[in-house]
Design a protein around this ligand. Structure first.
Ligand SMILES: Nc1nc2c(c(=O)[nH]1)N[C@H]1C(S)=C(S)[C@@H](COP(=O)(O)OP(=O)(O)OC[C@H]3O[C@@H](n4cnc5c(=O)[nH]c(N)nc54)[C@H](O)[C@@H]3O)O[C@H]1N2
Ligand SMILES: Nc1nc2c(c(=O)[nH]1)N[C@H]1C(S)=C(S)[C@@H](COP(=O)(O)OP(=O)(O)OC[C@H]3O[C@@H](n4cnc5c(=O)[nH]c(N)nc54)[C@H](O)[C@@H]3O)O[C@H]1N2
Ligand code: SF4
Ligand SMILES: [Mo]
Length: 764
């Protein structure tokens, strides 16, 4: 092979696919949603298999949807199916009949595959065999499982320090797999456990732990139905948590109100036609949002401050707006917060937020008499430099109203991956928890690593600088998901060994260390047999409920191993057969893993007995118990306003999801609700900004970001005139990740600034 051929494309080709524009829709779901869901499922899975499997998804005794982390109802499940359009797409993607086997890799070099789009790579199908990419080779070849494990063990043991290894986790792994993985990593001697959460809800975890004493949300699904007001901030549930719309509809039917804060008028937040309610087809569905505040990107703090100032003025004149008993008994720093509010100029805050004052007044009038308030949020708040403070400002409002720890009120960070929350609970954290460390020592008789490990950004930097040499990923697609794609790719290419435990082929598999391994694993929807016995796993949803998930489909290949089996084998190959932890026995019997989780992590007593019915984990904020916080009180925080010094012709770009993707997995090329067909290389821009730059609809442009003197470029995007605030842009992730600088992230959580990247727009 010549030198040219050896280059792998680390980013997807900047190739256009033939855009068509339609009108953005005004409602989500409805009959089109059902049709699209079935089209995807039938195309990938075959009709009979698709229908049968979908009926088992999110049912008791069935399997948990591999899509997002939205909870299922506690009791009654719908006989029509408990899933949404994007849940069906997630299943179709996993349960596809297409295969990526030994022949596939013999036929296609990594260089060739890298010239395909991420959509094409994903559509190749399911991985079927363990594969190795040897040093200097361009094709993956088959390797026996045992040889792969021995190679990993040998390489890990060769390192000068365990801290030269990085162990990534994406949030789809079960509690059992994640617990075993974390246990192994800490027995090996490091806490280098970067996790997809670091790029996602880390800001929520940090803000909530510091203010309310628990890094998770406080509400249940039932609370959403009972709330007086639900605020949906920085979240697009119609696409990313579609069944949340049923909960919002329920809330509305019970007399609740919804306030939406978003730079985009997302379809699902306007109107929802419930696919399970025949009446919705005739009545046009439910209008969900009562007040829409079209905030400028990253001006939520300004907006929330202006809302709180107005409410505070009402409280000072009439009283009874804030919950003064709650504030007095349960909170700290109230005076500081009020003083700070008063130090701002209201009109200046309103101007900065970009929202019309009359609309702010509408929101204020809804909030004033309300007590049961829930704030839901996702990436629109977390992925900014002030991501942690964005969330603390939401907590401030809830605490002022006494809305935390009551029925129908509280915090609702809406989680991404279907078990990202569970993975963290059972031990995937780079800052080791003292209590569970002590318990590990008591239960297993070894001292787990105690030094703080590296998070996602820290791991990438360490690999880039040659300080870490082995990268192991339990799921995920690290290179396109992380920021600064070229930098991240170089970091992996500097490694001696890269290992991916995956269900499907993705770009990270092509970005090799000296040697690379792909270890194919079972998906959620598949039967997990061991010596003739069927096993089940457990997961935790966005609201802290743990429950069982049991796959129903025949596995994509008989050569797949379950995630716990793979982890246990790696552990044994690394630590030896005589290690104090019975790795293989635990992998064989997940009940034993659950028993140990019960002994080590609080809240899991009776785990095996309760797994099938499901159980809620303890949640101090839900109970209104803040005793573990300073002074035993929930904490108000004085939050600063974000400071963006934009130069002439600079914009703030948010990198968001289309309706047809799950993170880096591209289901299709449409973004139906936003009126985009057959193209992902688009930038949404305000028509006034287009005029300023003399741009016309569909013109082609490049994006340039410049941080610390380094220019980063993403080329060839169609300009789409869109109802987005002036000075703001939106485009899809992961195409725009090349623009996100590695060393710019949220203060306190180190979450990359994926929703506020400063860019210039240039003609292509
Ligand atoms: N179908 C599908 N489901 C998914 C995923 C998927 O890719 N596809 N991903 C999963 C994962 S891992 C996650 S974390 C979640 C992500 O769920 P979301 O957070 O809903 O995903 P994003 O597309 O990143 O959308 C961010 C929303 O925030 C808004 N926004 C951006 N910046 C700001 C801001 O400064 N202020 C405010 N108020 N709003 C802002 C955007 O307009 C957009 O509506 O979804 C999960 N579910
Ligand atoms: N610019 C920008 N970047 C972002 C974001 C953004 O909004 N903007 N969002 C961030 C967020 S919120 C997140 S969570 C991360 C996501 O980062 P990741 O979690 O790393 O990425 P995914 O695309 O979800 O990973 C998909 C891959 O997971 C594997 N997989 C799927 N199911 C399973 C399974 O059951 N087991 C195993 N072992 N593997 C499986 C498949 O091989 C698939 O290719 O991206 C982040 N990156
Ligand atoms: S809302 Fe999320 S978990 Fe529920 S079916 Fe849809 S994608 Fe799956
Ligand atoms: Mo996420």
């Amino acid at each position: 092979m010549d030198k040219e051929e050896k280059k792998v494309q680390v980013v997807a080709p900047e190739k256009l696919t033939g855009i068509k524009l339609t009108q953005p829709t005004t409602y989500a779901a409805g009959i089109t949603g059902v049709k699209v869901a079935m089209d995807h499922a039938i195309k990938e899975m075959g009709a009979v298999r698709a229908f049968q499997t979908l009926m088992k998804m999110n049912q008791k005794n069935g399997f948990d949807c591999p899509g997002c982390a939205w909870p299922d109802p506690d009791d009654k499940r719908s006989v029509l199916g408990e899933y949404c359009e994007n849940g069906a797409k997630a299943l179709a993607e996993e349960a596809t009949l297409k295969k990526v086997g030994i022949d596939f890799f013999a036929q296609h070099s990594i260089q060739e595959i890298s010239t395909w789009s991420d959509y094409e790579i994903g559509k190749s199908g399911r991985l079927t065999h363990p594969m190795i990419l040897k040093e200097g080779k361009n094709h993956y070849e088959k390797i026996e499982w045992q040889d792969a494990f021995e190679l990993i063990g040998k390489e890990l043991n060769k390192l000068d320090s365990p801290n030269e290894a990085i162990f990534y986790t994406s949030g789809r792994s079960s509690n059992e797999a994640a617990f075993l993985y974390a246990l192994f990593i800490r027995a090996f001697g490091t806490n280098n456990m970067p996790d997809c959460s670091n790029m996602c809800h880390e800001s929520s975890g940090v803000a909530l732990s510091q203010t309310l004493g628990i890094g998770k949300g406080s509400v249940t699904l039932d609370d959403l139905h009972k709330a007086d007001v639900v605020m949906v901030i920085g979240q697009n549930p119609g696409t990313n948590h579609p069944r949340m719309l049923s909960a919002l509809q329920n809330c509305k039917n019970n007399g609740g109100k919804i306030i939406t804060i978003n730079p985009l008028a997302e379809a699902g937040l306007k109107k929802f036609k419930n696919p399970q309610k025949v009446v919705d087809y005739f009545t046009g569905g439910t209008t969900l949002t009562d007040v829409f505040l079209q905030v400028k990107i990253n001006q939520d703090v300004a907006l929330l401050k202006s809302i709180m100032m107005k409410l505070n003025q009402m409280d000072e004149s009439d009283g009874d707006i804030w919950d003064h008993d709650f504030i007095k008994n349960k909170t700290a720093n109230y005076q500081e917060l009020i003083q700070d509010l008063k130090s701002h100029d209201l009109q200046e805050l309103i101007r900065q937020s970009g929202v019309d004052e009359n609309e702010i007044n509408d929101a204020v009038n809804i909030l004033a008499p309300a007590k049961k308030i829930i704030i839901c949020w996702a990436m629109g708040l977390t992925q900014h430099k002030n991501g942690v403070e964005n969330i603390k400002e939401c907590v401030n409002l809830l605490l002022l109203k006494g809305s935390v720890g009551i029925d129908g009120g509280g915090t609702c960070p809406v989680r991404g991956h279907s078990n990202v929350q569970g993975d963290r609970t059972v031990g995937i954290v780079h800052h080791p928890n003292k209590e569970s460390s002590k318990n590990i020592e008591r239960v297993f008789g070894f001292k787990p690593a105690m030094e703080n490990g590296l998070d996602t950004v820290g791991s990438i930097q360490a690999m880039y600088e040659g300080k870490a040499k082995i990268f192991v990923a339990l799921g995920g697609n690290f290179v396109p998901a992380a920021s600064d794609t070229y930098y991240t790719a170089q970091a992996l290419q500097n490694c001696d060994l890269t290992v991916s435990i995956s269900t499907k082929l993705n770009r990270t598999h092509l970005i090799r260390g000296k040697v690379s391994l792909i270890l194919p694993t079972l998906g959620r929807s598949e039967k997990d047999h061991f010596e003739g016995k069927e096993r089940f796993v457990t997961v935790e949803n966005s609201m802290g409920k743990v429950h069982a998930s049991q796959g129903k489909l025949k596995p994509a290949s008989k050569h797949l191993m379950s995630e716990p089996d793979i982890v246990a084998n790696i552990a044994e190959a690394t630590l030896g057969k005589k290690h104090v932890v019975p790795w293989m026995a635990m992998a064989k019997d997940y009940g034993l893993i659950r028993e140990k989780i019960g002994e080590i992590i609080s809240g899991f007593k009776g785990y095996n007995k309760n797994a099938k019915d499901g159980f809620y984990l303890p949640n101090n904020a839900r109970e209104g118990d803040f005793s573990k916080l300073p002074g035993g009180k929930a904490q108000f925080t004085v939050c600063k306003l974000p400071n963006h010094q934009l130069k002439e012709n600079e914009f703030i770009l948010m990198t968001i999801r289309s309706h047809d993707q799950f993170n880096t997995t591209i289901y299709g090329l449409h973004d139906r609700y936003r009126g985009i067909q057959n193209e992902r290389r688009v930038i949404f821009m305000n028509p006034k900004d287009m005029d300023k730059l003399s741009l016309k609809k569909l013109d082609l442009v490049d994006l340039i970001s410049e941080y610390d003197g380094i220019e980063r470029k993403a080329n060839k995007f169609h300009i789409i005139p869109y109802e987005i605030p002036e000075g703001n842009l939106a485009s899809y992730f992961p195409e725009t990740n090349v623009l996100v600088p590695i060393n710019h992230f949220a203060d306190g959580s180190r979450t990359p600034i994926s929703k506020s990247v400063v860019v210039r727009v240039a003609g292509h």
